[in-house]
Ligand binder design. Structure first.
Ligand SMILES: NC(=O)C1=CN([C@@H]2O[C@H](COP(=O)(O)OP(=O)(O)OC[C@H]3O[C@@H](n4cnc5c(N)ncnc54)[C@H](OP(=O)(O)O)[C@@H]3O)[C@@H](O)[C@H]2O)C=CC1
Ligand SMILES: Nc1nc(=O)c2c([nH]1)NC[C@@H]1CN(c3ccc(C(=O)N[C@@H](CCC(=O)O)C(=O)O)cc3)C=[N+]21
Ligand SMILES: [Mg+2]
Length: 297
């Protein structure tokens, strides 16, 4: 079998189109322009790439983009002051503080200082608790993007066995909550999991978010399973070049899987599209307007 390629890049373009439509309506009918503020501390080159493309796509969707680039030596108090200013700015509907933060900062403290209503990453403890109890919340962008692709491919996810590899607060855990919410039987595997290959081989849906280049190989995959590869790993490609690979070995997994997301062009573009979607959702909620359908979990 050769897997169907789930084209995250194309899917993301359709999500951004929907977002742009809602933005246009908010402007015309209500005179409101959604605004997204992205805060980057330090000069990590990969983070700079993401922040640039977020800003560009925010503008393309018709929204206002505010970028705050702070030096690596910024103190936690200075960063908290920026967050507080954005919390109080009515033009700003979404706030994203790019992770990881420099080591001298407590990222939990910073994230929990963001107004939960503006927390478009869905990382604030209030949003985590709301998601875990099945209440309306801001849903983390990467898992939301994965869920949209899974629903699109499968229709219903009810009763399917899902294995999430990785238990981070930003991907693995919220992904597991969303899959549970859609009535999957969910297993979370991590670095201490025994017989991880056998567990992954039991899955109808595999979501890999480990940060280990090409760790999951085709022999781990049940024939016909759906493979969602969250990993973004830049590795040496020889001759002084680098390339981007996922946490799954694409060629071997694609031979066995029923469907698979590529890297690049899979989960990554959906993450940014969902960030824009969350910003529109936050803007509608802030203004007491009905929120867009099909852009939330
Ligand atoms: N496409 C996108 O939009 C995004 C992509 N990413 C990418 O996704 C990947 C994961 O990111 P993130 O969740 O932040 O990573 P973290 O490093 O925070 O978490 C990695 C998880 O993988 C587990 N793990 C590590 N090694 C193994 C192993 N050998 N076997 C089984 N489990 C293992 C860890 O287990 P333990 O807890 O036991 O240590 C941990 O739970 C990265 O490649 C990252 O770049 C991240 C965010 C967004
Ligand atoms: N507060 C916070 N929220 C995040 O959502 C967040 C973060 N911090 N820190 C870093 C990770 C990583 N992340 C990605 C987003 C898009 C792509 C993406 O668009 N990737 C392209 C390729 C990009 C390239 O070529 O480098 C693709 O997969 O096709 C990747 C990774 C969001 N993250
Ligand atoms: Mg994310």
């Amino acid at each position: 079998m050769t897997a169907k390629v789930i084209d995250g890049k194309a899917f993301a373009a359709t999500v951004r189109e929907k977002v742009a439509g809602h933005v246009a309506r908010l402007k015309e009918e209500h005179g409101i322009t959604p605004g997204l503020a992205v805060v980057l501390v330090g000069e990590d080159p990969a983070s700079q790439v993401y922040v640039r493309s977020k800003g560009k796509q925010t503008i393309e969707a018709g929204m206002n983009s505010y970028e705050y680039k702070l030096p690596a030596e910024t103190t936690e108090d200075e960063l908290l002051a920026v967050v507080e200013k954005l919390n109080n700015d009515p033009q700003v509907h979404g706030i994203l503080v790019q992770l990881p933060l420099p080591n001298h900062m407590n990222s939990d403290l910073v994230i929990n200082a963001i107004d939960p209503a503006k927390d478009v990453d869905g990382f604030h403890i209030s949003n985590v608790g709301l998601l875990g109890t099945g209440q309306k919340s801001m849903v983390p962008c990467t898992p939301l993007g994965c869920l949209m692709m899974l629903r699109d491919h499968h229709g219903s996810l009810s009763g399917l066995n899902a294995v999430v590899v990785g238990r981070s607060n930003i991907v693995g855990k919220p992904m597991a909550q969303l899959l549970l919410g859609d009535s999957c039987t969910v297993t979370i595997a991590h670095s201490r999991t025994k017989n991880i290959q056998d567990i992954v081989r039991s899955a109808d849906i595999v979501v890999a978010a480990v940060g280990r280049p090409e760790m999951v190989t085709g022999d781990w995959i049940k024939p016909g399973a759906t493979v969602i590869d969250v990993g973004i790993n830049r590795i040496d490609a020889g001759e002084g070049k680098t390339k981007l690979v996922g946490d799954c070995e694409y060629s071997s997994c694609a031979e066995v899987a029923g469907a698979i997301t590529p890297v690049p062009g899979g989960v990554g573009p959906m993450t940014i599209a969902c960030l824009l979607a969350n910003t529109v959702t936050a803007c509608c909620r802030a203004n007491g307007l009905p929120e867009p359908k099909g852009l939330t979990a």
